[in-house]
Design a protein around this ligand. Structure first.
Ligand SMILES: [Zn+2]
Ligand SMILES: [Zn+2]
Length: 319
């Protein structure tokens, strides 16, 4: 089958073996894939991954290796963390923290930039008919945005700043705008901030964000280690700093302000798909402006380069 492989460099191959579903796994024919910043970070060495990358997808179930075949023919996506199924984290529905997990296209498990992928049935989530492909393809980053609501108690009068106006920053801002908190998104790109303003969210250019120790909660979604110091400077004493950027880079940092101002740091990664799907079903968020361009899967390498261009948001591959 055709697949986009990463092994020191990205390669488009046509002879990759089609995966075979193991017991209680489904074989899914991929129809759409989203290119994520994490994929780009992988090509820079993040997680030391080798294999088929990609984890944001939609597809049609072609076969199920189990007695119940009811998923066959369904339009689905899938949770990206595969737990061992046999540890306290897995029993508590926290497969995304299982210490023996595999992560689709990120860690020890081939991803979805390929014609077919296999996934455990328990990871598979059916897409309701009223959710279009263009919304559903954003479910993984949307779930990651919703993870903040699972981790942080947002009070109605809280002042919140989201730092960063990339895909994840926009999704986080949209999700937090469903709460009554006083939200502002701080970014560098007029066109991206405009997407938020059109949905009633206050925005500000980074160079105008001169306030310090002002926000109860600051979310860093800059995708860069350089955002860290700025984000910390915005947090009130005893405030909460949510770190959303996963980058391959490293940087020495001054932790003294965190101690002096008694700031709580919350690391935040993947979220659950089913709540994200419920939010999509309600049609309260307009995600259309987040899709920059759709490419044919055969042009995946070109799409990958385009995804790294300035000003580009989500790039989708169609199979
Ligand atoms: Zn992603
Ligand atoms: Zn486990």
């Amino acid at each position: 089958m055709k697949a986009l492989l990463f092994d020191k460099e990205l390669k488009f191959v046509t002879d990759y073996p089609k995966p075979v579903p193991q017991k209680n796994e489904a074989l899914i024919k991929v129809t759409h894939a989203g290119i994520c910043n994490t994929d780009v970070e992988i090509t820079r060495g993040y997680m030391g991954f080798k294999g088929i990358c990609g984890h944001e997808f939609l597809g049609i179930v072609e076969d199920v290796n189990a007695q119940d075949k009811s998923l066959v023919g369904k339009r689905v996506t899938g949770e990206i963390n595969l737990g061992c199924g046999n540890c306290p984290d897995c029993y508590n529905n926290m497969q995304r923290h299982c210490q023996n997990r595999q992560t689709l296209g990120i860690y020890k498990k081939d991803g979805i930039f390929a014609e077919y992928v296999t996934l455990p049935i328990e990871n598979i989530v059916e897409i309701p008919d009223n959710v279009p492909d263009s919304d559903a393809i954003l479910i993984e980053p949307l779930a990651a945005a919703l993870e903040i609501l699972e981790q942080v108690h947002i009070k109605p009068a809280d002042k919140i700043a989201v730092l960063g106006d990339g895909k994840l920053g926009i999704l986080i801002s949209l999700v937090l705008s469903t709460t009554p908190a006083n939200l502002i998104t701080i970014g560098k790109h007029e066109n991206k901030l405009d997407i938020l303003r059109k949905q009633g969210i206050k925005t500000k250019f980074l160079q105008n964000a001169t306030e310090t120790k002002y926000y109860d909660i600051v979310v860093d979604a800059t995708g860069s280690v350089d955002g860290f110091d700025k984000a910390v400077s915005l947090v009130k004493p005893r405030g909460i700093f949510v770190l959303k950027s996963t980058v391959a880079a490293e940087k020495p940092m001054n932790l003294a302000p965190i101690v002096i101002d008694e700031i709580t740091i919350v690391g935040s990664r993947c979220g659950q798909f089913r709540p994200a799907l419920r939010l999509l079903e309600k049609k309260v968020l307009d995600l259309k402006p987040l899709i920059s361009k759709t490419f044919d899967f055969d042009n995946a390498l070109e799409a990958f380069n385009y995804a790294q261009e300035k000003g580009v948001l989500k790039v989708v591959l169609k199979f």
